[in-house]
Design a protein around this ligand. Structure first.
Ligand code: FAD
Ligand code: SF4
Length: 315
């Protein structure tokens, strides 16, 4: 029997970027929020520092920061007629399993979409006609425009310490930036990372061929930085151990050093680690979600956590 816990306003399933951002914003709005994360707590100081973080066997081969597919995994099928089969070997898809989620071991490329991507169905229909997209294809417009999202892209870039060069400031094309990007209100919070020799050679060759090379925007701080919430970043050391590793220099924009500690400092937030959500609960007519069931994976105890709002942030 699962132990039924007191109801809260919000339960967040999974504490990566999406869960972390929502935890910060919703606790700021005064809601009582509980986050359930199947992974453990790890910190930059204890877990991602030199020299231990350079352990390629542990992080690259044994996927230490990632979902353990022997215990639990996603299933895959190519069409509704097939039987879905479990994915038992990680390939290029490497979902995280730790406080901070996949963004502890992500790379940090941070592209913005252009308006075109938000209206992909309308664009296809306009160009190729209403019958072009088959009936059983679920492709849709997002129902939100780039202009509406621009302030939030900007907020994220400042939160995550994104380094880059603007190519389009309020409609005015900028030298050295991406001339095809959608208009942005202001520059990136940090200048671009220093290019390596290969990038310099490639840029020169591209420019000579008439193209417009530009530095890739990325959440790797090019210099020491304090974000608007007061989270502190060190400067990138160009170690090359971004993907699959936590950052040794606290330079990579990750939720465990930004939004999550801010939520954790508030009395209306509670994080429960090693808490694996197994079921979404609904009311008797099946129309309203009422909470979740989860298991403490350290001792097998099962709990029911009722909530007014359930947010699935599990990748
Ligand atoms: C190796 C790698 C490199 C990447 N590089 C880039 C990049 O350069 N640029 C870019 O834009 N994107 C990149 N991505 C993608 C990006 O990191 C993810 O899209 C993003 O971090 C997902 O955030 P999320 O909050 O949705 O999920 P996650 O950050 O994955 O968080 C989900 C959390 O939910 C937990 N969870 C899952 N199921 C349960 C459950 N049943 N109960 C409790 N907890 C659960 C997980 O343990 C995890 O901590 C990369 C991803 C990976 C894996
Ligand atoms: S120091 Fe730079 S290259 Fe190394 S992991 Fe951190 S952000 Fe990535």
């Amino acid at each position: 029997m699962a132990t039924k816990l007191p109801e809260v306003d919000v339960v967040i399933v999974g504490l990566g970027w999406t869960g972390g951002i929502l935890a910060k914003e919703l606790t700021e709005a005064g809601l009582k929020v509980v986050a359930l994360e199947r992974g453990a707590m790890r910190t930059s100081e204890n877990d991602y520092a030199l020299p231990n973080i350079r352990d390629e066997l542990r992080y690259v081969v044994r996927h230490d920061l990632m979902q353990n597919t022997a215990r639990d995994t996603i299933t895959v099928r190519n069409n509704p007629q097939q039987e879905a089969l479990p994915m038992r070997k990680l390939g290029s898809f490497l979902p995280g399993e730790v406080v901070g989620g996949s963004a502890v071991h992500w790379s940090g490329h941070t592209w913005r979409w252009t308006d075109m991507e938000f209206k992909v169905r309308s664009n296809y229909e306009e160009r190729y006609g209403k019958k072009f997209i088959p009936d059983d294809m679920t492709i849709q417009d997002w129902g939100i425009s780039y202009a509406e999202l621009e302030p939030y892209y900007d907020k994220f870039e400042r939160t995550a310490a994104v380094s880059g060069k603007a190519g389009n400031l309020a409609g005015k094309i900028q030298d050295g930036g991406n001339p095809f990007e959608a208009p942005r209100e202001r520059e990136y919070p940090l200048p671009p990372l220093t290019p390596i020799l290969a990038s310099e050679m490639f840029s020169e060759a591209a420019r000579n061929a008439g193209y417009h090379p530009f530095p890739r925007p990325s959440a790797n701080a090019s210099e020491p930085y304090t974000n608007p919430d007061g989270s502190k970043f060190g400067a990138c050391q160009y170690c090359g151990y971004c993907q699959r590793f936590g950052c040794e220099a606290n330079a990579k924009g990750s939720p465990h050093i930004t939004v999550i500690p801010i939520a954790m400092a508030r009395p209306n937030f509670e994080l429960r680690t090693n808490s694996w959500v197994t079921r979404i609960l609904k009311d008797s007519d099946g129309k309203r979600v009422t909470g979740v069931t989860y298991t403490n994976i350290l001792n097998g105890e099962e709990f029911e956590q009722p909530a007014s709002i359930v947010l699935l942030c599990a990748y």
